[in-house]
Design a protein around this ligand. Structure first.
Ligand code: SAH
Length: 231
């Protein structure tokens, strides 16, 4: 009788332990990657693994965790949005980031794309123009243990010349044209992924070769505008 009781206690604590240790939203994240991202043709295994690791529910506004894995952008306050998961995947794949790469991101926002880039790159330098978002992003990235991210409050049009050149530049707000300073901060062989245009926008991939820049269009997109800084 005593053995049965002991076994029952053991079993109960084992179940509690497994439950308590399990991260919420694992199933939703897996479904997001399979149904929204792999099903639409994103193939890079490192990008897919990064999206499986980063808990998107930590990057949305408090109270929105339950909708964090839906197939859409979401408000993060200040008139800004966390990008749709599929777009984050497409941009990360197009940036073709290797484990030794130094990456510049413009428009930290929620820092979700930043975290995905940090899973792929050696170092991520990320610039945000809205002070509250920059502060929140810095604290969140630190709390999640991303030691390879440097955040900065500032105007992304100027880039981050002290750390240039970058192997990849990912811009997550839309300028009217490709910013010249960012082109100049691309390493030879580097890639910039940028949504360009006012109103109708195109996601462009700019590559720098030894003697020129090439450009290809990926898809039509809709990002918040990249604002001219007053900072
Ligand atoms: N990658 C972010 C996207 C946020 S929306 C995410 O998925 O959460 C775009 C962000 O770009 C906003 O936070 C906005 O404040 C920022 N932004 C707009 N213009 C900027 C500029 N000139 N320099 C830096 N950040 C800018």
């Amino acid at each position: 009788m005593q053995t049965v009781a002991t076994l029952a206690v053991l079993l109960t604590s084992l179940i509690a332990c497994v439950r308590g240790g399990q991260e919420p939203y694992v199933m939703q994240r897996e479904a997001m990657v399979r149904e929204q991202i792999e099903a639409r043709g994103v193939k890079d295994p490192r990008v897919l693994a990064a999206l499986r690791r980063v808990a998107r529910d930590r990057f949305v506004l408090s109270g929105s965790e339950a909708v964090a894995y839906q197939d859409s952008p979401l408000s993060i306050g200040h008139g800004q949005t966390i990008s749709q998961p599929y777009i984050v995947a497409v941009m990360s794949e197009a940036a073709a980031i290797g484990p030794d790469d130094e990456v510049l991101e413009i428009g930290t926002g929620s820092a979700y794309q930043t975290a995905v880039l940090a899973e792929l790159a050696r170092t991520v330098y990320t610039i945000e123009i809205i002070p509250e978002l920059a502060t929140r992003a810095e604290a969140l990235l630190r709390a999640l243990g991303y030691g390879n991210v440097r955040t900065r409050l500032g105007d992304g049009y100027a880039g981050w010349p002290e750390h240039a050149p970058f192997h990849a530049i990912v811009v997550t707000a839309a300028p009217p044209d490709v910013p010249e300073a960012l082109k100049q901060q691309l390493a030879v062989g580097g890639r910039m992924v940028v949504p360009v245009g006012t109103g109708d926008q195109e996601l462009l991939v700019i590559e720098r070769t030894a003697d020129r820049f090439t450009q290809r269009r990926l898809m039509p997109v809709r990002f918040v505008p990249m604002v001219k800084g007053k900072l």
